[in-house]
Design a protein around this ligand. Structure first.
Ligand code: HEM
Length: 398
């Protein structure tokens, strides 16, 4: 069954491409008068994500926007809070990433399994049976946000408040809404960093502020790192859980196969990531010099948007790509990106998904959509692919 998709939308609202749609690399004329290059197709996306000539430094991004008189976005990219590892290039990127790398290795993440199981079980136990349940609200949102906040040492009471701010990063909002969110987040995170400096705990932010080697981070760098980890740590995994459960309930044969053979679960999670990728587009890049991709040359100093979803649905890489098949080899998908910015949190996201899907099937013998699939609403976002709500009817096992 194919799930209805919203019309393609690219920040900040493009006109129609002026090249044939079959081109994998093409310019899009944006509403505010500048051109953005869109890269699609598996081979092209993979090349673009790992090509060092496609750069990300936030200061240069701000300068390029200034050159094009795009004031609102330029002001945002110029802010210290957005100068984090995902908006830097080597060698700065390497220095920032290595400061947190050790906290997210396969081994360190596996040690979190009992805690993730506990949080999941508590959330599932709180689900009532007397009506439809919104799985986003009940499970897909609270689990990853609780986990990343515990890792970073963010107090429980503050979680919903800052979510309203990180939402502004991933949803399509006006520049002034984004600016207000950034101002609030900036104040909140700097207060938190100062608090960790005064009384450090056993968490990642405390670890960063107490580090005193020559690579030690400034308070601004710690704040930017915290914002990136908080936003990336929960705005994405919520979609893996939501989209994965939706894929199962709309493919009852696959759901039954997974129930019958749990050894399919790790492969199923890779297929969810491929089939309904939580992140649609990679974050914005620019060409440091002219770059040829897929036979098209993108001139120097151009903005480039790389479409992950198209790579994961490229029939040359994945035969019959719009068919969800838990037994297919979905390996090599681009859902976590590729190259030096490959997702730092991939082991954590996979573990959270493994626990969630396993426990859901253990706890509920019946899971089905509580409304027709056409009535589901997707979040208004260029970057993300995720549901507003996922109403389900679920029957507990005896
Ligand atoms: C299913 C869940 C997730 C998906 C689909 C996802 C996807 C991605 C993608 C596509 C990128 C690369 C973006 C680009 O190159 O423009 C990325 C980078 C990143 N992700 Fe994730 N992510 C997920 C979960 C997480 C979690 C749980 C964390 C928490 C630690 C995290 C932290 C990061 C960081 C820090 C980066 C930047 C890495 C760098 O610049 O070197 N992600 N993620």
């Amino acid at each position: 069954m194919s799930i209805p998709r919203p019309a393609a939308e690219v920040w900040p609202a493009p006109s129609r491409p002026d090249r044939p749609a079959s081109d994998t690399v093409r310019p899009l004329n944006m509403a505010n008068g500048f051109t953005l290059w869109l890269v699609t197709g598996y081979a092209q996306v993979r090349q673009a994500l790992s090509d060092p000539r496609l750069a990300k430094d936030s200061h240069t991004t701000a300068q390029l926007l200034r050159d094009r008189s795009i004031q609102a976005h330029q002001a945002l990219f110029g802010q210290a809070l957005l100068h984090h590892m995902l908006n830097t290039d080597p060698p700065e990127h390497r220095r920032l990433r290595q400061m947190v790398n050790k906290g997210f290795t396969q081994r360190r993440v596996q040690a979190l399994r009992p805690r993730i199981e506990r949080i999941t079980d508590d959330l599932l136990a709180a689900i009532g049976e007397d009506g439809p349940v919104d799985l986003i609200e009940a499970l897909a949102f609270p689990l990853p946000i609780t986990v990343i906040c515990e890792l970073l040492g963010v107090p429980e009471a503050d979680r919903r408040t800052f979510r309203s701010w990180t939402n502004a990063f991933v949803l399509s909002v006006e520049p002034d809404v984004l600016q207000n969110a950034l101002t609030s987040l900036d104040r909140y995170i700097h207060d938190l960093v100062a608090e960790k400096r005064r009384s450090p705990g056993d968490d990642i932010i405390s670890g960063l502020v107490t580090e005193d080697g020559e690579d030690a981070l400034t308070d601004d760098e710690v704040a930017a790192m915290a914002v990136l980890l908080l936003a990336a740590g929960h705005e994405t995994t919520v979609n893996l859980i939501g989209n994965g459960v939706l894929a199962l309930v709309t493919h009852p044969d696959q759901l039954a196969a997974l129930r019958a053979d749990r050894s399919l679960l790790p492969g199923a999670i890779e297929e969810f990531l491929r089939f309904e990728s939580p992140v649609n587009q990679a974050t914005l890049r620019y060409t440091d010099e002219a770059v040829e991709i897929g036979g098209t040359t993108i001139p120097a100093g151009e903005f480039v948007m790389i479409n992950i979803d198209s790579a994961n649905h490229d029939p040359e890489r994945y035969p019959d790509p719009d068919r969800m098949d838990l037994r297919r080899d979905a390996g090599g998908h681009m859902a976590f990106g590729h190259g030096i910015h490959f997702c730092l949190g991939a082991p954590l996201a996979r573990l959270e998904a493994e626990v969630v899907f396993g426990r859901l099937l253990d706890t509920f013998g019946g899971i089905e959509l509580a409304l027709p699939v056409e009535r589901l609403e997707w979040r208004p976002s260029t970057l993300m692919r995720g549901l507003e709500k996922l109403p389900l009817r679920m029957v507990r096992r005896p």
